[in-house]
Design a protein. Structure first.
Length: 110
């Protein structure tokens, strides 16, 4: 099956691989970036925003603080927009925190 240029463009847009104007716009279009290690965040943004560089991602996280790393489901790191932290925290982090606290208390008491 031959894929046309129009279909290729539609797939790029559907997978959020078109050229985004900022690291923040990449994250907000996906809700969160999964971060298995520190480099994953940079690679995820750069794959979706070819005009951006490493410094753009770093500035969004550490200078402007518009993107935040947070531990959520399955004790995995995610990068989310600053404004979405309360929602993601309530939906996906509180359960992880409860489990980790229970496990820690059990380890300390034995």
């Amino acid at each position: 099956m031959k894929i046309t240029d129009v279909q290729r463009r539609q797939r790029l847009v559907a997978q959020h691989l078109s050229d985004a104007p900022s690291a923040e716009s990449v994250v907000s279009s996906l809700l969160a970036l999964h971060a298995t290690d520190p480099a994953t965040v940079y690679l995820s943004v750069l794959a979706r925003a070819r005009s951006l560089g490493l410094s753009d991602v770093r500035d969004a996280m550490y200078e402007r603080r518009s993107l935040v790393r947070l531990m959520a489901m399955r004790r995995t790191m995610f990068v989310v927009a600053h404004d979405d932290v309360p929602m993601i925290h309530a939906a996906a982090s509180l359960g992880v925190a409860r489990t980790m606290r229970t496990r820690l208390i059990k380890q300390v008491s034995t």
